[in-house]
Design a protein around this ligand. Sequence first.
Ligand code: AVJ
Length: 320
Amino acid sequence: MSAELLESYLDDQDIGRSLRRDVRVGLTAEAKWLPPKWFYDARGSELFDEITRLPEYYPTRAERAVLAGRAAEIAELTGVKTLIELGSGSSEKTRLLLDAFTRRGGLGTFVPLDVSVDALRGSTAALATDYPGLRVRGIVGDFTRDLDRLPTGGRRLVVFLGGTIGNLLPAERAEFLARMRAALEMGDWLLIGTDLVKDPAVIVPAYDDAAGVTAEFNRNVLRVLNRELDADFDPEAFAHVALWDPDQEWIEMRLRAERPMRVRVLDLDVTFAAGEDLRTEVSAKFRPEGIAAELAAAGFHAERFWTDPDGLFGVTLARA
Ligand code: AVJ
């Protein structure tokens, strides 16, 4: 028997309000920016899945290698009843954990949480079919906001994969981890994936692939604004830029105006000078000692740290 459920902490009004707020704040700032969560409409989620299969985009493969090698150990060590996934997207890699928990027994509920209702609709249906006996409860929500509403009931393991924590700025990250800790009870677990600092010659192509998929993904945020807010961006007039910042140790994606432009969005008249950038994403890369320190500062104890054989990507298992 399988039960599949999608519930929403975000209704269309919340989503509309927060999109309008983000656009107003970001596009009137001195250095223009938008938060990366608005990439992920149906098309954006598809493009992201395509990115994960690109030869240059190593994080997905590297993280999958870690999970494939360690899933049984994670299931054994944690032995949880409830698995919660933040920013779950397609939950494709999480299946390695679900398989291990299925073999071990004892897992009752899987709760994928994502801002993208499009991504969740597909993933919850497929998971409910493929894991009969598992209760799948999808939640449409924002992991920076809805942590205090995670389901309770037995020991929990929260997984936050893909290096998505790197999309938060350092102060946001500290706040997120502290709120995550506050939402958990002592003895609950956190499994977190982090892309690691390495030669920028490896990182930059992962965000600027030869086939141009990441460029399309980047421009997709402008299409979302055009559709949702009736804006009049010309996405083709923006060039995709991926820039490594050696001081912050993060990669930035930007959209660079290729000519002067004036864009109407909401009640704003947004002007771009030729060559002006709009920052659309920060993706921080981590050092092992930094990850442990950030977790400790939030009240977590890092119990295991694993990387893939090439040392590209790190997965930490921490306990609240
Ligand atoms: C989904 C946040 C893990 O930062 O690498 C992929 C998103 N951006 N290519 C990342 C992304 C450009 C990705 N995460």
